[in-house]
Design a protein around this ligand. Sequence first.
Ligand SMILES: Cc1cc2nc3c(=O)[nH]c(=O)nc-3n(C[C@H](O)[C@H](O)[C@H](O)COP(=O)(O)O)c2cc1C
Length: 401
Amino acid sequence: MLTGKTVIVGISGGIAAYKTCEIVRGLKKEGAEVFCVMTVSAQKFVSPLTFRTLSGNPVITDLFDEDLNNTPVPHIALREKADLVLVAPATANIIGKTANGLADDALSTLLLSVKCPVIFAPAMNPVMWENKVVRQNSKKIQKLGIKLIGPVYGEVACGEEGTGRMAEVSSVIDAVFDLLNHKNDLSGLKILITAGATREAIDPIRFISNRSSGKMGFALAHAAKRRGAEVTLISGPTYLNPPANVNLIEVTSAEEMHKAVQAAAQKQDVIIMTAAVADYRPNFTFMQKLQKRADTMSLELTRTVDILEELGKSKNGSFLVGFAAESNNLIENAREKMKKKNLDLIVANNVEAFEEDCSEVFILDKAGEVEQLPLQEKISTANSILDRIVTRVSPSRKDRA
Ligand SMILES: Cc1cc2nc3c(=O)[nH]c(=O)nc-3n(C[C@H](O)[C@H](O)[C@H](O)COP(=O)(O)O)c2cc1C
């Protein structure tokens, strides 16, 4: 989503510099070209070699570096390339220098030279962040048009608690994305997404579940949020970090997911059901851990509510998307499911996509069109699915949005 964009990442001397490695990786993963500029203090925390390796580009640490002979005025050369400058972490020092127009190293000089959007992700001890001069300088740079992301409340590296932690890596990347990406085509639309597997308890520690990781649903939530939608994400247990600024509702069982979907569904413009909800649950949940006794045992199971089918029957103008994971007769089974459950679109994939970071899916619509998407990262698949949805959602819904 950032293909063709160049982001200059400035790193100043705070302990949070190690998190900036993940930011650079994330930006690269989104397709951005990344150049890093480090202050002298930043190099005490992370080596330029790390950023050179992660960004795939030389790192600027010194305006007068002999190695930059081919680029006589490095800060101007970088300015020409930059679509956005991100300073993360932004120390009290770089905030103060920028607020007062000081340019005594590569990063501060670059910051005075650029015309593109600039984001600072401050990080420092909470007492420093509260300091009157730092407050004044922060306000001053905001007035100058620099966007601040964070700092956030929490425990900082020195063990103190307060506001001073650098914003989460995903929030910083989202902020870059928001400023660079003008594709706001889902703005105003309410989208409900379900994700992950449910767990149907046998006893206090055992359950019936499946291999769904939640990655596809989380990728859709991420992409929809970035494209301006108001996102509700109902998820079974996962180990994934939820996207920033979505309404996350965590559930465990199919029954809980059913209730959560029922409560949220009426208000939605689009509902995307990626969750692999258990079809059956044990008739009975033992209150105490089952002990092993007989050589065999059997569990009696009861059908759970088919949430997707119920949504298909009661849908009130919302655009309903289902997922079908099949091990055989993929297209045929998906087509049948779409019809039976009154879906507007169905995304079909082989069961091999479970738990993977990439997927290769088919998209089927009511008109009988079948489109195959290439094998790609789930975030790219998510965006392609949203592209197909946005062209099909009723214009009145989009107008109202
Ligand atoms: C271990 C350690 C951690 C530091 N962490 C921070 C920090 O998180 N935020 C900050 O503003 N300064 C921090 N400092 C102080 C800065 O490194 C110092 O003010 C330095 O001059 C900043 O230079 P720069 O802005 O050019 O990188 C830290 C210093 C040390 C020794």
